[in-house]
Design a protein around this ligand. Structure first.
Ligand code: GLN
Length: 231
């Protein structure tokens, strides 16, 4: 499906997270190393970050990341202490448009979904940015509140036992992530933490998050909690 990545820590450039790493989202857009579903992520991309005033800013596209010379030119000077980015492999039948690319946002959170869920189990929402499953799921999660993320995931998984529900969200001071059916790794560095679908380099500090867990990252550290689903 898709690959996503988030950063929380000292301000750093979007390029250093997304474009420069040897196996970053740019390379993952055409040659992911750990993706279980789909071969490449050419159906769009999105980068969101919080600016110095705490305002969520986004740049999204329905085209492959590797072809965007304008983004490559500007990304080195976009700097933030909280970034959420994704490259997309659209599921069958889903629209390919910029508004279907993560990160989605309610203005407070930037949120990405890596996976697939039956749209029939998700409520229709006028807040959804597109009609793809990820946009509907993002709208549901935001409407319930991110404090209830674990409960919302467990509820959606019970309604669609085949769903894959890896979520990655940031609000400027906190990252939240879930593993439910796909890969996720955490890299704790000296100046911040990276949470990503797959390692963007061969640093031996990357730690894989077990399936069905909630990850909470703040400047105090990273916590993992098991998600107790009925499925
Ligand atoms: N189901 C998603 C979509 O089509 C697939 C991409 C992803 O993993 N978020 O929007």
């Amino acid at each position: 499906m898709c690959r996503h990545l988030a950063w929380l820590g000292e301000p750093r450039s979007v390029a250093s997270l997304v474009l420069d790493p040897p196996y970053g989202l740019l390379v993952q857009s055409y040659s992911p190393r750990r993706q279980k579903h789909g071969l490449m992520n050419a159906d769009g991309w999105g980068v969101g970050f919080f600016d110095d005033d705490g305002v969520a800013r986004r740049w999204r596209s329905a085209a492959p990341l590797w072809g965007d010379a304008s983004f490559a030119s500007v990304a080195p000077v976009l700097r933030s202490g909280c970034v959420v980015a994704a490259v997309r492999s659209a599921s069958v039948g889903m629209p390919i448009e910029a508004s279907a690319s993560a990160p989605f946002s309610d203005g407070r959170w930037l949120l990405s979904h890596n996976g697939l869920v039956d749209r029939a189990v998700l409520p229709a929402s006028s807040a959804a940015e597109s009609t793809n499953d990820s946009a509907l799921l993002a709208a549901l999660i935001c409407s319930r509140g991110l404090d209830a993320l674990a409960d919302t995931i467990i509820e959606v998984a019970a309604a669609d036992p085949n769903a894959r529900l890896n979520i990655l969200a940031g609000n400027g001071s906190q990252l939240l992530a879930t593993t439910w059916g796909d890969t996720l790794f955490v890299l704790r560095g000296d100046d911040g933490v990276v949470v990503a679908s797959e390692p963007f380099d061969d640093d031996n500090r990357w730690v894989e998050v077990p399936d069905r867990h909630l990850v909470t990252a703040t400047d105090c550290g990273v916590e993992l909690t098991a998600l107790k689903g009925s499925a």
